[in-house]
Write a protein that binds this ligand. Structure first.
Ligand code: NAD
Length: 425
């Protein structure tokens, strides 16, 4: 007699793109999205992978992998940042590209969604290696990028410095001067005033809007912010300027708790003088990174990594309000746990949309060759973020759902309109 061996079916770990599809499916069902739009939005329009051979400082050749995914161009040219990190991969870039399509639709700006990245550890590369890598990536994708085609911007691991290299490499290929081919570039090269702080500013405006709906006063609430890079540091600064007491901050090197409130000016100065990191900052007691997420505060802003609010963490979250600065910080299975606990979650696709909104303003200014003051940029930004917040709030109420699904419904309505109006083959 032969004994049948039981076959172990490997359990596929949920990818970030699965997280996109899970929320898309829920919103599509509640809203009743047209089948054609539902089908189209589950697939990115174009996925590109490039090999980037770089001569390293030690004289050895190393080949890096770079990606660019365009999820949708239904509502305009595709827009999305470029991420450098060891974890960057095709699935992650695909998810981030789809989120950009939803984010631009929610912010009501005429863009589609894209994202790019290079698998590398930017902290371990010299400036020369980073510059060669960035230029190689820009040249490899120069037929994809374009002012009216696909417009990159900074994301995790990149900044205005990399955008200046991309701008220069692209313009050398075309022997021309297209300042609008990237956003988030230095102000002297056509960057917009207010762009650097824009994502943090959006977090601050979205937090104030949510607190207002919850009848809470900014001066009476405490907050914890994970991440002290572009998004985290500006969020912390702008929230504390509104009177919010910041009791926990942290980055990949250090996490600090201070019940009396952290001296934010001192933390910002410390990081500025210390290569952008908090390691060694003495403004409170040291805690673990996860403890920040479950700290005894009113507002939690995850502004570093994806997938940090797991089901286990969600069970222990004490904040009344979560404002998602990072992309995808909450795993889909944690959503119902947070909802059942009555925690208001302002989702990433709205909360961190300030960056792409001011990127759009930068692109408009580049097209016109006429530049606005920081006050003008901030005023337009705040108006746009408040309108987007109100819109997702109303959709959440109308469809009796969470703000996250309300936000997806807002995006789906606009994308569906575009798909129907444009028609197809
Ligand atoms: P950044 O590279 O400027 O900063 C990232 C921060 O995260 C750093 O402080 C780093 O130390 C911290 N970090 C990394 N690993 C950590 C860990 N294990 N624990 C705690 N902190 C850790 O990146 P950024 O531009 O601020 O982006 C942060 C998030 O915001 C990303 O999800 C990004 O996609 C999203 N986002 C950024 C923008 C933008 O305009 N920069 C716009 C929208 C969304």
């Amino acid at each position: 007699m032969t004994v049948k061996k039981s076959i172990e079916i490997p359990v596929k770990e949920a990818s970030m793109f699965d997280a996109v599809i899970s929320r898309l499916s829920e919103a599509s069902k509640i809203y009743g999205l047209a089948e054609e739009a539902d089908t189209i939005l589950r697939h990115p329009q174009k996925e590109i992978k490039v090999s980037l051979p770089i001569m390293m400082d030690d004289g050895k050749m190393h080949v890096f992998e770079g990606y660019r995914t365009i999820h949708s161009t239904v509502l305009g040219p595709s827009k999305g940042g470029i991420r450098y990190g060891l974890d960057v991969n095709e699935e992650e870039v695909k998810a981030l590209a789809a989120w950009m399509s939803f984010k631009c639709a929610i912010a009501n700006i005429p863009y589609g969604g894209a994202k790019g990245g290079i698998t590398c550890d930017p902290r371990k590369l010299s400036i020369g290696e980073l510059e060669r890598l960035t230029r190689a990536y820009a040249v490899a994708l120069s037929d994809v990028f374009g002012v009216d085609h696909d417009i990159p911007a900074p994301d995790m691991g990149t900044s205005s410095r990399e955008m200046a290299w991309i701008l220069d490499a692209y313009n050398k290929v075309y022997r021309s001067d297209f300042p609008g081919v990237v956003t988030g570039k230095p102000v002297g090269l056509g960057g917009s005033l207010g762009r650097e702080a824009a994502t943090g500013r959006g977090i601050m405006i979205a937090t104030l809007a949510a607190l207002n709906k919850m009848n809470l006063k900014p001066k009476k609430v405490t907050a914890a912010v994970q991440g002290f890079g572009n998004v985290g540091s500006h969020s912390v600064r702008l929230l504390s300027e509104q009177g919010v007491k910041i009791c926990a901050i942290g980055d990949h090197t250090e996490t600090i708790w201070n019940e009396k409130g952290i001296d934010i000016a001192a933390a910002l100065k410390y990081a500025k003088d210390n290569n952008g990191i908090l390691q060694g900052f003495k403004g409170g007691v040291k805690i673990k990174s996860d403890e920040l997420l479950t700290a005894e505060v009113d507002v939690l802003v995850p502004a570093a990594l994806q997938n940090v609010i797991t089901t286990n963490i969600a069970k222990d979250v004490k904040a009344k309000l979560i404002v998602e600065g990072a992309n995808g910080p909450t795993v889909p299975d944690a959503d119902p746990i947070l909802n059942n606990k009555g925690i208001v979650v302002v989702p990433d696709v709205l909360a961190n949309g300030g960056g792409v909104t001011v990127s759009y303003f930068e692109w408009v200014q580049n097209k016109y060759g006429h530049y606005w003051t920081e006050e003008e940029v901030n005023e337009k930004h705040d108006k746009s973020m408040n309108a987007a917040f109100e819109n997702i709030w109303n959709n959440a109420q109308q469809y009796k759902t969470s703000l996250r699904i309300g936000a997806y419904i807002t995006a789906l309505k606009r994308l569906e309109m575009g798909i129907k109006a444009k028609g197809h083959y």
